[in-house]
Ligand binder design. Structure first.
Ligand SMILES: *Cc1c(COP(=O)(O)O)cnc(C)c1O
Ligand SMILES: [Zn+2]
Length: 392
């Protein structure tokens, strides 16, 4: 591993080395500080193609082939929304069917470089499956901590990889910080939602989008947001590309949330720079239901810095956006339909203009949450083989 540092996004404190997960002074998340850059155009695998932006040597990279996902242009949606172009970055084609694999690859590579033999995460969904898969591939002991009320059907897709899973009762909010404490004591690398290398791993989403546009980046990138780790990574990826002269501007960003759990939008709308716990969260978009996001304040600061906005969308808008995306051949889970719903809303409010190019992130596969099928009116036909000819 090459030399790198971390900086606290809250108080600006610099840390030498990279073995810290959160600022011990002000409890803010940390950002990776590394000045390298370069694109290895002979490689398609994202971890290899962009490895110069990260402090890892190519032979250190632990990858299941994540990234290099398609950016699908959907002209019919561009026309309906009333924008110049509309692209969907389809992260559901990653090894465990969500963008989380990018950050997990980055964290597992980092953990391995630091000689950790045991990794873990606190998650109820996609991060749990992702860490379990990469832990299995890397041959590391893997511990997953989930909420006590998590349905059995969500546990099997994690445990199948061989990870140890604990359903934890008590105050789930405490588990994030507690895990970091336990990790320090027991030598476990807990790669939670917004730890520095998890957020940094999302930078490759930006690099790929910039390359898809031949470095003439789109006007808007819309990201469904929960903890804020992903949007932080995406924004810093674009900022990095501009800093190193690959592009001459940074897109504007929309932090898209479900109105039923929208702590960042609530603060943004009031012009506040600190998120408050969102009372009684309730949304079908389970992947983005963090009521008190650990990178919420930093997301607000980045929106301010890059002239971004935050938008909440209703449950009905989410369901209909999920159906509409599927009707174009792209089936994301409810959280992944939130950006399309936010695009309509931003256009309606006159924030996005008709000359703008818009990219949304389809963060995870629709098959991750089949319970959402019951919210759609889906029907099919029954028919005897002898009647098929007349019936079709
Ligand atoms: C994790 C996740 C998100 C939210 O990402 P954050 O980094 O927590 O903001 C959005 N969509 C899906 C499908 C996810 O799994
Ligand atoms: Zn700090």
């Amino acid at each position: 591993m090459r030399e790198a540092g971390l900086i606290c996004v809250g108080c600006g404190k610099n840390f030498e080395g990279t073995k810290v997960f959160r600022c011990p002074d002000c409890d803010s998340p940390l950002d990776l500080v590394f000045d390298g850059h370069g694109i290895d155009k002979s490689k398609t695998c994202s971890a290899e193609r962009y490895h110069k932006f990260f402090p890892f040597e190519p032979h250190e990279i632990i990858s299941l082939g994540e990234g290099n996902t398609p950016l699908v242009s959907v002209p019919s949606l561009a026309e309906k929304i009333g924008v110049r172009s509309f692209g969907i970055k389809n992260e559901s084609v990653n090894p465990t069917w969500s963008f989380k694999d990018r950050g997990t690859s980055c964290c597992v590579t980092h953990a391995n470089a630091l000689d950790f033999k045991h990794i873990g995460t606190v998650s109820s969904g996609n991060m749990a499956a992702s860490v379990a898969a990469y832990g299995a591939y890397a041959g590391m002991k893997t511990t997953i901590l989930v909420k006590e009320n998590l349905a059995d059907e969500k546990l099997a897709p994690v445990v199948i990889y061989g990870a140890r899973l604990f359903r934890v009762s008590g105050n789930y909010d405490d588990v994030y910080n507690k895990s970091l404490e336990i990790g320090k004591d027991k030598g476990i690398y807990f790669m939670n939602s917004d730890v520095p290398f998890r957020a940094a791993g999302s930078r490759t989403i930006s690099f790929e989008i910039a390359e898809s546009f031949d470095f003439d980046v789109p006007e808007w990138v819309i990201v469904p947001t929960s903890s804020g780790g992903n949007i932080r990574g995406i924004i810093s990826g674009f900022a990095d590309m501009k800093r190193h002269g690959y592009t001459n501007k940074v897109p504007r960003f929309i932090c898209a949330q479900a109105a039923g759990c929208s702590p960042i939008v609530a603060a943004y709308d009031k012009g506040e720079m600190k998120v408050k716990r969102f009372p009684d969260p309730d949304t079908i978009a389970h992947a983005i239901d963090n009521a008190f996001p650990p990178s919420g304040n930093e997301t607000l600061a980045l929106l301010k810095k890059f002239d971004g906005i935050a938008i909440g969308v209703s449950e009905d808008a989410i369901i209909s956006a999920q159906a509409e995306q599927a009707s174009k051949g792209l089936f994301g889970q409810p959280a992944s339909a939130v950006p399309l719903a936010a695009a309509y809303e931003a256009k309606r409010r006159g924030i996005i203009s008709e000359n703008d190019r818009v990219v949304t992130i389809l963060t995870g596969s629709g098959l991750k949450y089949t319970a959402a099928f019951s919210r759609h009116k889906l029907s099919w036909h029954e028919c005897h083989v002898n009647d098929l000819h007349e019936s079709i």
